[in-house]
Design a protein around this ligand. Sequence first.
Ligand code: PEP
Ligand code: MN
Length: 289
Amino acid sequence: MEVKFRLAARHDDRARTAVQIGPVTVGRGDLVIMAGPCAVEDYDHTLAAALALKEYGVHVFRGGAFKPRTSPYSFQGLGKEGLEILAAVRDATGLPVVTEVLDTRDVELVCRYADVIQIGSRNMHNYALLREAGRARKPVLLKRGLAATLEEWLLAAEYILAEGNDRVILCERGIRTFETHTRNTLDVAAIAAARSLSHLPVIADPSHAAGRRDLVAPLALAAVAAGADGVMVEVHPCPGEALCDGDQSLDPTAFARLVPLLRQVALARNGLTAPWDAGPVDPAARGIG
Ligand code: PEP
Ligand code: MN
């Protein structure tokens, strides 16, 4: 394993990596909550959503400007205009923003506006994009490919690290299985396994795993119990009208109910010394919800 993951592998004598996103640190014991709509739709709704989410304790605002849609006829995102909206919302709220980059040609552009660049599930195997993100001077949120093994996911991270960018956050977002009652199957074991194999922070996206809003809360709680350093949840002010992924989006009220539960689970979890995760985490960070 060590030979395969030269840079991503965890070493017992070294501290875990913590990734700084503005005032927020991912991977130091505090549960980091990222939330926002699947796609940026317009300034007013995006700002209203971000202001509400900030009230609920969200640390990082999410929203797609470049959307990787299964159908070319579906809403593809606002592109550069979406990035401008995100940056304006960041300026108005103080919340750092994460957004996806789909194309190597847009990495520089996205980096101009975003605090974190996301490489989505469909692009986890896009090695040119991984390399370009590795040369970017921004943290990278790397989603697990929807049919990628844990090893392939860590090797994708290795591409980014090998280019000199050590600010990588792994994100488990569900994988394809024979099961169809959820959009994907959240691989809870992979959250614990990735944290055990790698020093990189690991977060979970229960929304794209579930594909349906009634299962987002239980999956998010399970992810935190399994050791996730954070969660990323899709929230839309009016899910029924969302241009993308409305079925899996929580409305702000449901999300507000979830946040204190997530914190309670994180607090309980941080109070445990998990034998499978007994690495050199900063002891001061333990016990912080
Ligand atoms: C997203 O976060 O909006 C997204 C498209 O996620 P994934 O790449 O996990 O499907
Ligand atoms: Mn989505």
